[in-house]
Design a protein around this ligand. Sequence first.
Ligand SMILES: NC(=O)c1ccc[n+]([C@@H]2O[C@H](COP(=O)([O-])OP(=O)(O)OC[C@H]3O[C@@H](n4cnc5c(N)ncnc54)[C@H](OP(=O)(O)O)[C@@H]3O)[C@@H](O)[C@H]2O)c1
Length: 345
Amino acid sequence: MYKVAVVGASGYTGAELLRLLAGHDGVDISGVTSRQYAGQPVSGQFPSLRGCVEMDFELLNLSEVAQRSDIVFTAVPHQTAMEMVPELLDGGARVVDLSADFRLADKATYAVWYQEHTAPHLLAEAVYGLPELNREKIGAARLIANPGCYPTSAALALAPLLEDGRIDPATVIIDSKSGTSGAGRGAKVASLFCEVNEGFKAYGLPKHRHTPEIEQTLSTLAGQEVIINFTPHLVPANRGILSTCYSSLAGNAGSAELHGLFCKYYEGEPFIRVLPEGQLPNISQVRGSNFCDIGLVVDNRTNRVIVVSAIDNLVKGAAGQAIQNMNLMLGLPETQGLLQAPVFP
Ligand SMILES: NC(=O)c1ccc[n+]([C@@H]2O[C@H](COP(=O)([O-])OP(=O)(O)OC[C@H]3O[C@@H](n4cnc5c(N)ncnc54)[C@H](OP(=O)(O)O)[C@@H]3O)[C@@H](O)[C@H]2O)c1
């Protein structure tokens, strides 16, 4: 059995990692860390995990956790992660980092959108962990930069079109909606029930921090620099991201033709469900699962294609994708522990 630890296990993505790892029969959990709840049982914070994860949170000791783990998941805020990852790697562990710290290849770009990078020597080594686009590099990686939730939904929605030159990359608009777990478990006024319930708002305009990450992936796919408009919204749901992506077509194509392109591009991908023509995704149909559902139409009046993707931000947008990467790194079947059907209703 492989040993895996979760650093930052008291947060939402940490808890989701524990839920999924508890049902994974190829790994044992070798450590769960939290500063706030050290010495307390996991089930005290997450009663849903009672009987599934019978462990206590511990204070983080980087070298010790690294020594007893094949893989360490760092489910902590950006800036915090880059202070931990070098020592975890030096201690002999491989790392799947869920934060944004190793996702941008260019340290100057990172400095513009976040802050100065304290471990820039690792940026070239970090592999962007979007298996559908980058599978062959993930297996041998020591450090995986697990993609952001919005960037996952946008990249999977637009990859077939950009790679096949079907859209004008200068015209891409990504309009996304996220449930409130996307903001993490920390207490914040903006996440209170009365602030979120019955509301629906845009935020982070015009420079949400996921913008350069999305642009980096789309630029690689297009083979040229892609600059986008990205508008995130907060919706009163616990989980889920729905991204509606618009772009002008590079030539003429109908819905049926582009639907065929998506089906071919994602043929054999276990977690991508290209919906039948005429159907569009709903976050309620992917909840708790590692699926990304995709639907698309061509609007002949405007000659634009509209692609809609839905994921669970905590699963395909974070913990599920991290475990998909872990499976590839450990040589386990990519789908192991991840084939749960979505929870509905
Ligand atoms: N939520 C999502 O949908 C989502 C999706 C994709 C990626 N992510 C990324 O995943 C990471 C975790 O997100 P989250 O939503 O799980 O956040 P969260 O709910 O706020 O949890 C953060 C975790 O990090 C720990 N932590 C915070 N500051 C720390 C520090 N200075 N040193 C050590 N531990 C620290 C916290 O535990 P203690 O305070 O108890 O130590 C907690 O366990 C973030 O980088 C986030 O951007 C989140």
